[in-house]
Ligand binder design. Structure first.
Ligand SMILES: [Zn+2]
Length: 318
């Protein structure tokens, strides 16, 4: 991340409110995020633009091309609400465990719970870095069941439960001082080999060394090119926590977070978004300032522009 975007960011609520009180202040920051080296027209290369009064558009002074600052992003429908969006993102990213939709509704004074809920989901969408690197080095992987009330059996799609696959960078469990690295969590269709492998190949670099238990769903990893170590838990009964301690630790923490901050009221349909938020928080757990998470969400919001921008153009929006 460009240092300038983080350097002067406020570290507490009073200075945040001073820095991003008006839509104009917020807009100026977004322009900096979009063009960290200064405006540059994509068509003619000119470096000066007019700022559109009502829309989030910078218009090239030379050729007239209109550059959307945030078309297709979470701010798309925003006309005057940028300061409120910024505050919402700050509240969500600076609070230690995140906040529920009900809490966001209270804090921002929304009349509708649904609005707060929708905003939170839009913010979560910008918590996934579109260019994030795959996990590497020593990785632990496993899967767990989330949600539902009845205890279920693995791999059989237990009723009401969602299979969540997890992978985390962690030195082998024999190592005394274990440093946990980055985390990935994803809902998968089942604990069958094809679904688990798809998760691993999407999230873990092929040169990584992966440790899993002996579940048949992981049997294909070596053939897929991974340095795969399977622990035979049948021969070390009851030791799963000790044999795959890192991934079990984060499964436990993530479930507690779902129960705590969100009171367990997370449907399978939206579970991935919540997992995205959990991973975002976990991977920034050592950040010195809450401003880093805030800046990252805004930067992602700008970078997920192109895909949706095409859709907007196709739809004939002006
Ligand atoms: Zn131009």
């Amino acid at each position: 991340m460009a240092d300038a975007l983080v350097k002067d960011l406020p570290r507490d609520l009073p200075s945040f409110l001073a820095r991003f009180r008006t839509d104009t202040q917020c807009r100026a920051y977004l322009v900096d995020v979009r063009w960290p080296d200064g405006f540059r027209c994509a068509d003619c290369g000119h470096d000066r633009a007019w700022s559109h009064h009502r829309r989030l558009i910078e218009e090239c002074r030379a050729c007239g091309k209109q550059h959307s600052i945030l078309a297709g992003t979470i701010f798309e429908q925003t006309k005057t609400g940028l300061a409120r969006w910024f505050l919402a993102i700050y509240l969500v990213t600076s609070s230690k465990g995140g906040i529920s939709a009900l809490e966001l509704q209270r804090q921002l004074g929304f009349r509708s719970y649904g609005t707060a809920w929708t905003w939170l989901h839009k913010i979560r969408r910008a918590m996934v870095d579109p260019d994030r690197r795959q996990l590497d080095g020593d990785v632990e992987a496993d899967e767990t069941l989330v949600g539902g009330r009845k205890p279920g059996k693995r791999g059989r799609g237990a009723a009401g439960k969602t299979v969540v696959a997890g992978a985390i960078e962690a030195a082998p469990s024999q190592t005394k001082k274990r440093e946990l690295g980055r985390l990935r969590l994803a809902t998968v269709a089942s604990a069958a080999g094809a679904d688990l492998e798809r998760f691993i190949t999407a999230n873990v670099a092929e040169r990584a060394a992966i440790t899993t238990d002996g579940w048949s769903g992981y049997k294909g990893l070596a053939a897929a090119g991974y340095d795969h170590h399977a622990i035979d838990l049948a021969r070390s009964w009851g030791e799963a926590d000790q044999r795959l301690p890192a991934v079990h630790l984060v499964f436990g923490l993530a479930k507690r977070w779902l129960l705590g901050t969100h009171h367990g009221a997370v449907s399978a349909k939206y579970l991935q978004r919540y997992l995205d938020e959990y991973v975002f928080r976990f991977n920034r757990r050592r950040a010195k300032s809450p401003a880093h998470g805030f800046a990252r969400v805004l930067q992602n919001a700008v970078r997920i522009t192109p895909a949706t921008h095409r859709a907007i153009v196709a739809a004939g929006a002006t």
